[in-house]
Design a protein around this ligand. Sequence first.
Ligand SMILES: [Fe+2]
Length: 350
Amino acid sequence: MVTKKYPFADVEPGMKLASPILKENGQVLLAEDTVLTETFIAKLKLMNLKFVNIVERTVDSEEAPAAPATADAFDAVYDDTLQVIENCFSTMRYFKEVPLMQMKELVDTSINLMIDAAGVFGYLQTIRKQDDYTFRHSINVAIISGILGKWIGLSGERLRDLILAALLHDIGKTQIPLEILNKPAKLTQEEMKIMEGHTIEGHKMLLGEPSINKGILCGILQHHEKIDGTGYPLGISGDQIHIFARIIAVADIYDAMTSDRIYHKKQTPFAVIEEIKQETFGKLDPVICMTFLRNIINYFIGKKVILSNGAEAEVVYHGGHLAAYPIVFTQDGKFIDLEGNKSVAIVAMA
Ligand SMILES: [Fe+2]
């Protein structure tokens, strides 16, 4: 990367930062690689900066990177992505502007690589932590929506738009007061209404942005709508809900239920798949849901699990019934069909 120090007066929209701009307290205001816009420059003017480091050109690497093939390689890509997302979210909270170039670059690089990782659902399961939930959730929903979009048959630009919509689906949360967003207790009805407004806020942040099409806007605005009309913010139903929003809704629910939250411990993917199966009746798009459930189980074949009797076992076959009760092979050499033997259940991933 070739960089150059520019006097602040010469800085123009479209230039990319080679080093972060920090607030007086050391907190990152704009991260490295942020592409400057008129809004950013106007606000930075108030800080009386003398110089800014700008990227002159990047040196292209010769080989395109491959999808991460081990948990460690996946974690490394994931951690880098998390850092960028954290910076983008703090930029949005402070400037009320979406750093779109960086978000799009993430979709085209690291998120695409993670989508293509053969063990992606297993890796996601092992790196789930409770901290930074909003940031992790945005990345996870982008990855899961991308995989599900491919299973549904989307490709090219349309798939790229879906992944971007998924990555941006909760950006409206940057406009929710932190005391409500991070409240460790149950929200009051009034606070809940404000929280639900993140769908409208996110939509507003991108409305009028020339590179953002209607599908992406609908994905953000409608991701909490339900097929039976019981969702928010508009209470629309069925096909009135854009396909991006119907896909993101399934990815959103899967990720929320397999993550540790303040109110609930994370569940195994098997329990979540069973719960989503129940939800398909009425709330989620049945075709998208069934596509998700039918395909996801294949990711868990060969994985080690802990059974309710304390034994460790390997998932060997899903037996045609959807995922929640597969056939497992125990360490002491027994096959158990969990569909036929409900006295034993999977309680954790090993
Ligand atoms: Fe949301």
